[in-house]
Design a protein around this ligand. Structure first.
Ligand code: NAD
Length: 508
């Protein structure tokens, strides 16, 4: 992502050396992102109800958004349904691809604004938000490249007949999105859907809807016809539920927690819509005794403290050979204790968690582990940032002596909290790594290629990283085994979710 180098954000920060929170300045466009986006225009909730938008670093209310009800969602799905009969699916593939490339270009053109808005809304450091915006644009370019390659097959049936397949769009696709990577997750699923000729309704997370609303405007400016991309804002149990169960939806792409995923699957059952579920994780980073420890430390620290640990693929369980336990932990702690923590707009290494609620949840897991006798090697407390006393900051935390069946080892904490599990040989390492009901990703560090490949064979996870945790990028199929979900996103695999295969047989 070198091409998205960090621009100078200082114009948006007052250049006083002290750092009281009122020094933070928000981009003026923030105030305009206060409506839904349906059928190509701004729309309020029919009830007039609103939800607050907060900056998690200050806990201040910085705006409000419509709280959509089922009737608002119904309106959005109907508009998307009408747009299915319009120009979009009938455009020449090259023209459709041009519009998707144009969306990518305009996201990059507005990258500074997207980055600031994502940082303010989610709390994440600027350079991490900037990376997400770059990824969002890249998804549109990648899937634009596929629009004119959605080819079927021919099937020989003898001398006087044959079959061929075409890939039809599935119809209106619903996208229900969590709060940790708003812009990149929306684009991950929206770009392949649009590439296949579908229309879409997006329900971003209630805490982080702003970048999706900005994206919707940009798609229209880029030439996407009105009604092809719609955004409803509001609460999961209201707007999200109504969208998942709407009979006009052909495919539901859900990203979020396991329990909500179960609910969404049940809600979509009546209409028999297709569904992809990208759910949680409790991913292991495994370090064998012959590993390059400095390489491993990079993977471990990035894996658990990036985005303050609020990543479905967080490497939240460290499985380490007993012979290197002390040396490795010393290096991890040295890094954890020097991470900078601040408002995301100051571009620290760690920002706040997304909300006070999330911070309380994380603190609860750690406090219960401490009370149960597990050893907190570092962190284990809310972090204090001068001038931001109401921010949802939490210290980078490492918990040792964690039984494999402990709550903190089994439940997704979704914060900067690493649990440590010591093993005595590679077989025990695989068993420990697999000892979870999740199966999203897994990492191993070893110089022994045979052991690495055996680990990759035996681990139950959708992506495996050997000597480079989370290094796959966005063109590699992604999705979970076990309770981490079903179906795949990213790469060419994602296109399968958004096409119906139609077989046509002709007799002559
Ligand atoms: P969540 O399940 O609470 O919410 C996700 C989305 O679902 C939100 O838009 C929410 O409004 C909506 N929702 C909530 N209740 C709903 C309902 N009853 N019906 C329909 N929609 C509903 O998840 P979260 O707390 O926002 O995000 C964190 C979770 O997301 C973690 O478990 C994380 O691992 C997971 N996640 C997975 C991936 C992946 O690709 N596998 C990526 C990011 C996050």
């Amino acid at each position: 992502y070198k091409q998205h180098s960090v621009p100078d954000y200082r114009p948006f920060l007052k250049s006083t050396p002290a750092y009281p929170m009122h020094d933070i300045q928000y981009p003026p466009q923030l105030a305009t992102l206060n409506t839904m986006f349906i059928d190509g225009g701004p729309v309020a909730a029919q009830s007039g109800a609103q939800i607050d938008v907060r900056d998690p670093a200050t806990n201040q209310v910085i705006g409000s958004l419509p709280r959509a009800s089922a009737s608002d969602v119904n309106h959005a799905v109907q508009c998307a349904g009408q747009a299915m009969n319009g120009a979009w699916r009938n455009l020449d593939p090259t023209a459709r691809a041009h519009i998707l490339h144009e969306i990518a270009r305009r996201i990059r053109k507005q990258a500074t604004l997207f980055t600031q808005i994502e940082t303010i809304d989610v709390g994440k450091p600027l350079s991490q938000a900037e990376r997400d915006v770059g990824r969002a644009a890249d998804y549109f370019d990648y899937y634009a490249g596929m629009v004119d390659k959605l080819q079927g097959e021919t099937i020989p049936l003898g001398r006087n007949k044959f079959s061929f397949t075409v890939l039809d769009p599935v119809g209106v696709t619903a996208h229900i999105v969590p709060w940790n990577y708003p812009i990149s997750t929306v684009c991950r699923d929206l770009a392949p859907s649009l590439a296949c000729g579908n229309t879409a309704v997006v329900k971003p997370a209630e805490d982080t809807s702003l970048s999706t609303l900005l994206l919707a405007r940009i798609t229209l400016e880029a030439g996407l016809p009105a009604g092809v991309m719609n955004v409803v804002t509001g609460l999961g149990e209201e707007a999200g539920d109504a969208l998942a169960r709407h009979p006009g939806v052909g495919h539901v792409a859900f990203t979020g927690s396991v329990n909500t995923g179960r609910h969404v699957m049940r809600a979509a059952a009546d209409s028999l819509a297709g569904i992809t579920l990208e759910l949680g994780g409790k991913s292991p980073v495994t370090v064998l005794r012959d590993a390059d420890l400095d390489l491993a430390v990079n993977g471990i620290v990035r894996g658990i403290f990036f985005n303050a640990g609020q990543i479905c693929t967080a490497g939240s369980r460290l499985v380490v050979d007993e012979s290197i336990h002390s040396e490795l932990l010393e290096k991890v702690i040295a890094r954890a204790t020097t991470l900078t923590i601040d408002h995301g707009l100051k571009d620290p290494e760690m920002g706040p968690l997304v909300s006070q609620t999330q911070r309380q949840r994380v603190a609860g897991f750690v406090d219960r582990a401490r009370a149960a006798g597990m050893e907190i090697l570092t962190g284990g407390q809310p972090a204090e940032v001068p001038g931001l006393e109401d921010g949802a900051f939490y210290q980078p935390t490492v918990v040792d002596q964690v039984p494999r069946d402990a709550e903190i080892a089994q439940e997704e904490v979704f914060g900067p909290v690493l649990t440590v599990h010591t093993v005595s040989d590679p077989d025990e390492a695989v068993a420990a790594a697999n000892d979870t009901r999740f199966g999203l990703v897994a990492g191993i560090y070893t110089r022994d290629i045979g052991l690495a490949m055996q680990f990759a064979r035996d681990i139950r996870a959708g992506q495996v990283f050997i000597n480079g945790y989370l290094q796959a990028g966005d063109t590699v199929p992604f999705g979970g085994f076990k309770e981490s979900g079903s179906g795949r996103t990213k790469g060419l695999e994602a296109l399968r979710n958004y096409c119906e295969v139609k077989a046509i047989t002709t007799v002559f």
